[in-house]
Ligand binder design. Sequence first.
Ligand SMILES: [Zn+2]
Length: 72
Amino acid sequence: MQSPHHPQVSRRNDGRWVLNCPECQLDSCNRAVPIGIGLPVESEYIALRLQENHVGPTRRQRSVQAALRPGS
Ligand SMILES: [Zn+2]
């Protein structure tokens, strides 16, 4: 099995959204960060789609719930 990734969607100060993945970004010394990771996008919808694509369908529900977790 692949090691799990836990990308998180967050909102930037400029109002755009960005998907960060600690598992990928810890590895950034080899420039292997996938497209979309750490890249600001115009909408939360796009960021969530990138997140889905990154974690794959089997983890989608859990990840979306994490992204929508109240209290932010
Ligand atoms: Zn990742």
